[in-house]
Write a protein that binds this ligand. Sequence first.
Ligand code: SF4
Length: 267
Amino acid sequence: MASYHIVQTLLVTFVIPNCNASHLECYNGWDNVYSFGPHTMIYTNQYVEVSFTVFIFCRMELIMTISYRLASKLYLNITNTCPCACVFCLRETQSGVGDAASLWLEREPEPEEIKAALNACYPFDGMDEIVFCGYGEPMARADVVVEICQYVKDIFAKNGRAALPIRINTNGLVYLMCPGFDASTLAAVDTVSISLNADDPAEYLRVARPRFGEQSFDALLDFARDAREYTDVVFSVVEGTMSDQRLENCMRIAQELGVSFRLRPRE
Ligand code: SF4
């Protein structure tokens, strides 16, 4: 019974702010091991399994934050997948952003669920932009992003209103995540903001730590070059993450490609 109380305490203390349970494996005498986001693992045995299952069931609604608000922006959180592990990633230090307590998803939402979340926000009072950005890389689901962008434009067209602008915040690695992606499908997107974060392939590897290795930086530039034909492209760099020399180099890369540049505050 002692272990029951210990695990109950762990659930209440650590699980609520990190609700992203996935069953991993049996481990070292415990029957089950569950992961809750990047930091928390919970071990259970036969005595706590029932209460644990009931607990997760009760939390289901709270761990599907598809849309959230920060200032006048409506953000769409459609995946927790990301091929990078940036040294400054917000996911490593907090569970939520804006009015969302947690952006760790229990599972990836279906397109219909994302549309329902958007419908619930109509007529988007007080909002001036819709942004794909959450605890993951939206372009890992490029086909869904394109479908939802068209849906947003349709909602406004049907109601005879000018559409809110749409922005995608991305690491720019869509060509590696979704080989064959056609940049012309971004015509319904107003802005693609690409995290540049480095001025050469080696530095990019150090800062973004992409699982695709050295080819990543060039793939990012290729995507920017193609995307600029169909939408506005902005390269962004997080303030205070590189030397002045590298920052200058990043600005020059943006200029040479004919895209905008933004130094964004560290959050
Ligand atoms: S690309 Fe974005 S979500 Fe992915 S690790 Fe970097 S900051 Fe985090």
